[in-house]
Write a protein of this length. Structure first.
Lengths: 113, 112
């Protein structure tokens, strides 16, 4: 019940295309869903995050779509660029009052010119 | 800018050695974390700390211990390194609940 399942494991997209990464969770009490971006040789960094009281959040070319009833959320990268090539992790926060995050297994995105 | 510094980028240790991984943050954050990153397994929490001298087990604490004697420093200790502890280790800090985690660039540990 504490898992976050992420797919696909890897994704290849052409420049200008849409990249979509999906995550699913089981515990309906999770209350915070961030996405982290990791470039090679670097630690992950927060990209965008959503709370379960909204269905969508957009920041520039990055959008989180959240489906509470299906217990799924996804990251959409519009107009994907080679500079977006990185590993993306979804995460969820358990419902007890901590800062602990449960991460998905990661998606390696490659955007080709 | 928050800086989380991990003392070593690469480490090679022998089976049975005691290993110390050091992490320092410069933003007076309350919370500090140690994660392990493995291909196909994502980031798994080993230990975390909410305050000096306080620690809590994460999801995979077996074979590890931690020390937080000062607010800015959080150490991960492998009491007797084993080959299955070969991995990338990431330290992170955050000021409070719902705040972003700030990660260091990781220490790649190889145990032979």
């Amino acid at each position: 019940q504490q898992q976050v399942k992420q797919s696909p494991q890897s994704l290849i997209v052409q420049k200008g295309g849409i990249s979509i990464i999906n995550c699913a969770y089981e515990n309906t009490a999770f209350d915070y869903f961030p996405w982290y971006q990791q470039f090679p040789g670097k630690g992950p960094a927060l990209l965008i995050a959503i709370r379960p009281d909204v269905s969508e959040k957009k920041e520039g070319r990055f959008t989180i779509s959240f489906n509470k009833s299906a217990k799924q959320f996804s990251l959409h990268i519009m107009d994907s660029q080679p500079g977006d090539s990185a590993t993306y992790f979804c995460a969820a926060r358990p419902p007890y009052n901590t800062d602990k995050l449960i991460f998905g297994t990661g998606t390696r995105l490659q955007v080709f010119p | 800018d928050v800086k989380v510094t991990q003392s070593s980028r690469y480490l090679v240790k022998r089976t049975g050695e005691k290993v110390f991984l050091e992490c320092v943050q410069d933003m007076d954050h309350e919370n500090m974390f140690w994660y392990r990153q493995d291909p196909g397994l994502g980031l798994r929490l080993i230990y975390f700390s909410y305050d000096v001298k306080m620690k809590e087990k994460g999801d995979i604490p077996e074979g590890y211990s931690v020390s937080r004697e000062k607010k800015e420093r959080f150490s991960l200790i492998l009491e007797s390194a084993s080959t299955n502890q070969t991995s990338m280790y990431l330290c992170a800090s955050s000021p409070s609940q719902y705040s972003p985690l700030h990660f260091g660039n990781g220490t790649r540990l190889t145990v032979t």
